[in-house]
Write a protein that binds this ligand. Structure first.
Ligand SMILES: Cc1cc2nc3c(=O)[nH]c(=O)nc-3n(C[C@H](O)[C@H](O)[C@H](O)COP(=O)(O)OP(=O)(O)OC[C@H]3O[C@@H](n4cnc5c(N)ncnc54)[C@H](O)[C@@H]3O)c2cc1C
Length: 445
């Protein structure tokens, strides 16, 4: 029977190496240049970054998000999940390992839907770590519901001409190209009337209106750190061959793109929560109040025990989902259900575990002298990015309910009076014998 929770010893060795490498070599980058992880490295930083990337490549751990079935050199989603458990709590780590979002999701759709020419031009440099990319779907008036998208792509001779606005287009300011969703046929429902495009950011007509940052961050307009810009596209002309997939396939591709991205975020969440948990436990064993260590207080013990159990539950669900993706090589309805629920749980776990860690550190936890404040401020973004968690719950619920039917009558199928009546019909002689027996001996209590 194949039911095994162990990691190959050979791969475990790589994971152990990664754990030390991240702590010793990557954490210092985080401390000195916390925001530069998504930018083409400036010349003065390259002598630090390039040897680290070279070391990762030498270990065979570079850009492992695409498995062999997508012509990648990678190991598939399960091993990526185990890697992301180590990398996810450090912004620099995914970049040094070539598995940073939003590029991993974009690479995945390019691998799935790209032509040979598109792969050579966009996918290969992305996998080599030579360029960054951006996924541009959200618009100022359209987020959770793509039915409100307004950006239009209209065919004009040998070109597509794009007009519209994209909002929260993460890292558009550093990206070489946008993977952009636009309406190509407004006469049909949006899931059939949108198409996906590869839009080089140097194309005339693209303008960054504002460098929107996440809460707690402040950037000026020319900022090179990762921001989530509002991008205007005015008469942007791109060749016909820059459509990714077929006309009308945009929504489907976006779903594939976001499914991959969502599970990668969930994998990174394990890492964030484990890091918060480590801090929480160390503090509980170090700090005293009211005559003893705070680890001896029942409320603190509950926080630690609940966090441990919730991380374990979540981790197993994420690993199971990753394993299913590897097994089937597709994002089936059931796999999308599980990804949607992992995504929902990721937000709640991140919020709860990090907040408990903040609380157990008291004032220090609320200060800017611990990494916790930054981690805590990222929690709400988990509940919104890649779609609000409520929408994922709805998606998951719809799939779950497909496995059920309404009850045939007024009463539920588990209604006890009817079930008891049916059971009585099954054993008439035994019930008659029981009655006779009880007349003589009395009723058994
Ligand atoms: C850090 C971060 C990075 C992002 N990066 C990108 C990116 O790279 N590219 C990109 O295109 N977008 C990106 N986004 C945008 C993200 O995809 C959207 O924020 C998301 O789809 C939700 O859209 P919205 O913010 O417009 O919320 P809205 O659609 O305005 O929804 C607001 C709220 O309404 C409620 N709501 C909406 N629909 C439902 C429903 N069906 N049931 C119950 N409640 C509902 C929820 O509470 C929801 O949070 C990013 C967002 C964040 C925070």
């Amino acid at each position: 029977m194949a039911w095994d929770f162990s990691t190959d010893p050979e791969f475990q060795e790589k994971l152990d190496w990664m754990t030390t490498f991240v702590k010793e070599e990557i954490e210092p980058l985080e401390l000195l240049w916390p925001d530069l992880h998504h930018t083409p490295p400036p010349p003065w930083l390259r002598p630090v970054i390039e040897p680290l990337k070279a070391k990762v490549k030498q270990m065979g751990l570079w850009a492992t998000h695409l498995g062999p079935e997508l012509d990648g050199k990678g190991y598939g989603q399960l091993k990526l999940a185990l890697m992301n458990e180590i990398l996810g709590a450090y912004n620099w780590a995914p970049t040094i390992f070539g598995v940073q979002g939003p590029d991993t999701g974009n690479a995945e759709v390019l691998a799935h839907y790209g032509t040979a020419a598109q792969k050579a031009k966009y996918l290969q440099p992305l996998l080599n770590g030579d360029i960054f990319s951006c996924f541009a779907m959200t618009e100022p008036q359209a987020g959770a519901d793509v039915a409100y998208l307004k950006t239009r792509a209209v065919r004009d001779g040998d070109a597509w001409v794009i007009n519209g606005d994209k909002f929260y287009a993460s890292n558009a300011n550093n990206a070489a190209f946008l993977v952009l969703l636009a309406v190509t046929d407004p006469s049909v429902p949006v899931h059939k009337g949108t198409s996906m495009f590869l839009v080089p950011t140097e194309t005339p007509g693209i303008r960054i209106l504002r460098q929107t940052g996440v809460m707690g961050s402040e950037h000026d307009h020319d900022s090179q750190v990762i921001t989530h810009p509002h991008v205007e596209l005015k008469d942007v002309r791109i060749p016909l061959e820059n459509m990714l997939g077929a006309p009308g396939e945009g929504f489907l591709i976006a779903q594939t793109r976001l499914s991959g991205g969502r599970i990668h975020h969930a994998m990174r969440t394990i890492s964030i929560c484990k890091r918060a948990m480590d801090m929480m436990c160390e503090r509980a064993l170090s700090r005293s109040a009211f005559g003893g260590l705070i680890s001896e207080k029942q409320a603190v013990q509950q926080a630690i025990a609940n966090s441990y159990a919730e991380i374990q539950q979540f981790r197993l669900y994420v690993l199971y989902t990753a394993w299913q993706i590897d097994r089937t090589h597709e994002y089936s309805r059931e796999i999308r259900r599980d990804i949607a629920l992992c995504k929902t749980m990721a937000y709640k776990l991140h919020r709860d575990v990090v907040e408990r860690a903040v609380h157990i550190h008291g004032a220090l936890g609320c200060s800017n002298e611990m990494p916790l404040g930054r981690m805590w401020m990222e929690a709400p973004t988990q509940g919104v990015m890649d779609g609000p968690f409520e929408v994922h719950q709805t998606t998951a619920c719809k799939v779950i309910l497909r496995g059920y039917k309404p009850s045939p009558g007024v009463w539920p199928t588990e209604w006890l009076p009817e079930k008891v009546a049916k059971a009585r019909e099954r054993f008439p002689q035994v019930l008659a014998a029981q009655e006779e027996y009880e007349k003589v001996h009395g009723r058994r209590k």
